[in-house]
Design a protein around this ligand. Structure first.
Ligand code: ADP
Length: 549
């Protein structure tokens, strides 16, 4: 059974201390440990570690300053994680890093030759060594506390309000512990066993203390190993390995200051200090990139939603324009008939207005149906009849532009199942576009509306004109919402037509007409044909001969 961690589920996948390490990450950690071990063996086995290199004055201040900066930043980053997760374990490990950072201050102050020849505080190297022991005993204790607290009950997480207070309290406590340790080591110097014999040599006691420090670090490593779960656990284990290596290098086989082993131990110490900082920075940057991607994706999604909103309002405006124009024309005509006292003609015009009004209402209903994918209004329809109605509705325009119409009804045609208003909108749009296109140029003006049976199970309707035609670049773009080449156009007609036909499991496409113009064709399933027929092997547009007027 998987144990519950002290992490709320919503934070689980994001935070280093709750994120489980991936395979690559585990391998990298193993590689780092192996590299550390190899470097350790090379240094420790053989004469290398005992070579006396002499004192390099700049080494101690440079090393201590770098460590101080690294550990302070690590502590700040871990405190930041604590403020999100509020788990006591994170507070413990953040305090551990703060502790190591603060312990470096008395270590530098007591080290002879850094601030003063005999050290600014305490009794020279004797105090420095004791500070080192307390520092290297303290950190594993914090790690053990982290390991033991990390699977604590989630209910033990601190309340949001107490986070700042908890950080302040732990910073104050850690600083107080460091001050107390410094006071003990400097003022109580005479009471402590002598470890440092001279600037270079240590007493044999040092070996026992170093052995105990090693054991403490191994204990911390074991606790982490038993309770390992997160990326943070993994890298803390690597840090503890580096800790063991550092102490061993400094103390064994022959402890001597400024020997090769002593310098190498410091470098391992520095590596162990920097390791977690690198990992934290890497993970935080990755997380930041992920968050950025998520924010951008969210913004795109919002824009897409707004676009859909635009498309809906534009399509309503587009579809309503046609009946409205009809109503205005008929109202004008009606008024003229009334002025001339011809009530019968006026009555016909007003009846036409009523019909247009009903059509506008039906159009609004069918637009809602397209966006809701509503199929309640579908009935069995005769395409020949639909074509006849659409041509009748556009007769005025066709006559005005002196367009010759070829539209022979096809008696073989099966019924199709669909929404009458929507399919009529498609035909009206295609015919109106054909009229616009032919009106824009001179030459023969022929509109040919044909229907034929395709494959026995579907019907193909084509609307061909002899207008301006569509360039090969534009053949697909004409179906994009808002694509228009007309000054007063909205570019919604064809996009709506395609939505309607696709909502009927059909297809709508365009091809150049010969010798000029364009042919729009749509395919619909015959009533009773299974909709699987829409995904037939061959594309109908590849098979069909273009309708020629
Ligand atoms: P709109 O008519 O408002 O421009 P459509 O979506 O109906 O919107 O048409 C988009 C564009 O496709 C038109 O602006 C026009 O350039 C082109 N188009 C449509 N039908 C034809 C046609 N029959 N002949 C030539 N071009 C056409």
């Amino acid at each position: 059974m998987v144990k519950r961690t002290a992490v709320a589920p919503e934070e689980q996948p994001f935070i280093l201390s709750s994120l489980p390490p991936g395979r690559a990450q585990r391998r990298l950690a193993l590689a780092v440990v192996l590299a550390l071990l190899v470097a350790f063996l090379i240094t420790e086995v053989g004469p290398l570690s005992t070579i006396q290199l002499g004192r390099i004055d700049a080494f101690v201040p440079a090393y201590a300053t770098a460590m101080l900066v690294n550990d302070s930043i690590t502590a700040v980053l871990l405190f930041a994680q604590f403020s999100i997760l509020r788990s006591p374990a994170l507070l413990a490990i953040s305090s551990g890093y703060l502790f190591t950072a603060l312990m470096l201050i008395p270590w530098m102050l007591t080290f002879p030759g850094v601030f003063a020849p005999g050290g600014l505080l305490g009794a020279g190297l004797q105090s420095t060594t004791w500070i080192y022991i307390l520092w290297h005993a303290g950190f594993p204790v914090f790690v053990i506390a982290y390991g033991l607290l990390k699977d604590a009950d989630p209910a033990r997480r601190l309340r949001q309000g107490s986070v700042g207070a908890a950080i302040l309290a732990s910073v104050a406590t850690t600083a107080a512990v460091v001050c107390a340790a410094t006071f003990l080591v400097t003022a109580g110097d005479a009471l402590l066993p002598r470890i440092s014999l001279d600037p270079v040599r240590f007493s044999t006691l040092w070996l026992y203390y170093a052995g105990c420090l090693d054991l403490l670090s191994v204990l911390a490593l074991t606790v982490l190993w038993i309770r390992r779960r997160s990326v943070l656990d993994l890298w803390l284990m690597v840090v503890m390995c580096a800790y063991v290596i550092e102490i061993t290098l400094i103390a064994f086989p022959v402890p001597a200051r400024f020997s090769f082993g002593w310098y190498a131990g410091r470098i391992f110490g520095f590596l162990s200090g920097s390791l977690l900082l690198f990992v934290l920075l890497y993970e935080i940057t990755t997380l930041y990139a992920g968050v950025l991607r998520a924010v951008l994706a969210q913004r795109r999604e919002r824009e897409a939603r707004l676009m859909t909103g635009d498309a809906v309002s534009a399509s309503i405006a587009h579809e309503i324009k046609q009946p409205l124009t009809g109503m205005i024309t008929n109202a004008d005509a009606g008024l003229r008939w009334l002025e001339r006292s011809m009530p019968d003609e006026a009555k016909a015009a007003f009846e036409q207005i009523v019909a247009d009004g009903h059509r506008a209402a039906a159009v609004i209903g069918s637009i809602r149906a397209i966006f809701k994918k509503d199929s309640r209004n579908r009935t069995s329809l005769d395409i020949n009849q639909l074509i006849g109605e659409a041509l009748a509705l556009t007769r005025g325009d066709l006559q005005r532009h002196r367009i010759q119409v070829q539209a022979e009804p096809n008696a073989q045609l099966p019924q199709v199942r669909g929404d009458r208003i929507q399919l009529q909108q498609v035909l009206l749009n295609l015919i109106t576009n054909a009229i616009d296109s032919m009106a824009a140029k001179d030459g023969p003006r022929v509109l040919c509306v044909r229907s034929e049976v395709h494959d026995g199970a579907s019907v193909i309707v084509s609307v061909a004109d002899t207008g301006t035609g569509i360039g090969s670049q534009e053949l697909e773009r004409v179906f994009n919402p808002m694509f228009t080449t007309k000054s007063g156009g909205m570019g919604m007609g064809l996009s709506i037509c395609r939505s309607i036909i696709e909502a009927h499991d059909g297809r709508l496409w365009v091809a150049p007409n010969k010798p000029e113009g364009a042919v729009f064709q749509f395919m619909l399933l015959a009533d009773g044909a299974a909709s699987a027929g829409a995904s037939r092997r061959e594309r109908p547009e590849d098979l069909l001969v273009s309708s020629r007027p």
